[in-house]
Design a protein around this ligand. Structure first.
Ligand code: CA
Length: 228
């Protein structure tokens, strides 16, 4: 079942889209802000994003650019009727298609199916990321150290992928829980510490001169890499 992330702050539109897509066999996730959209995108394996332009905490263009730094996930922009400059901008900045609001539900499904049938784009551009001996394939969610795949549970892997996506950026436990475990997680912060411990263990052959997961006292954790 294909998973569609609907990023739209007009709740009635979002609901109609969600109900219609689910009726056609898609699983849907609804985000009303860019922050929610980012969390869901990081956490779930999203197959396609429907993206509104004007959102309460920013524009769809910013979110689109952010996704394109690490993912070829197809994106269909939802633009207001007649926004020609926006359409051009959408296609130039990496959107796969656009639809003008108001749209008919049949068109939405037809366009989604058409975009999903296309061969995956941009894969080469976001290929592997190399951090010395550590190699990360964000799209395939694979991590190799000295050319051997690193054994990690799905959650630990998701945490490492998330940290590696934002090198040299500090995240506190609460942020990591939100991004990796999800907002509905009620367990303890300790889950983060334990996961970090396991990740460090499997990465112990990663030369410190290339990078490491650092504990920043009183602040959180950082995927630290040497930049030069
Ligand atoms: Ca809007």
């Amino acid at each position: 079942m294909k998973r569609i992330l609907i990023v739209e702050d007009e709740i009635p539109i979002s609901r109609v889209l969600s109900a219609y897509l689910e009726k056609h066999g898609f699983a849907t996730y609804q985000a009303y802000t860019i922050e929610q959209a980012s969390m869901l995108f990081d956490r779930e394996s999203i197959d396609l994003v429907l993206l509104d332009v004007l959102l309460p905490d920013g524009t769809g263009w910013d979110f689109l650019q952010n996704i394109r730094t690490h993912s070829p996930c197809p994106i269909i922009m939802l633009t207001a009727l007649g926004e020609v400059p926006d359409r051009l901008r959408g296609l130039q900045s990496g959107a796969d298609d656009y639809m003008s609001k108001p749209f008919v539900a049949e068109e939405v499904v037809a366009r989604i199916q058409a975009v999903l049938r296309r061969p995956t784009r941009l894969l080469n551009e976001i290929d592997a990321r190399h951090f010395g001996k550590l190699r990360i394939h964000p799209q395939e969610r694979q991590i190799f150290l000295h050319n051997e795949e690193v054994p990690l549970t799905p959650k630990d892997r998701a945490l490492l992928l998330f940290l590696a996506k934002h090198p040299n950026q500090i995240f506190n436990r609460e942020q990591l829980l939100g991004h990796v475990w999800g907002m509905d997680y009620f367990g303890s912060d300790r889950a983060v510490d334990l996961a970090i411990k396991r990740i460090r263990h499997v990465l112990k052959k990663w030369p410190k001169s290339e990078g490491e997961i650092r504990t920043i006292r009183g602040m959180g954790y950082e995927f630290h890499v040497e930049t030069n």
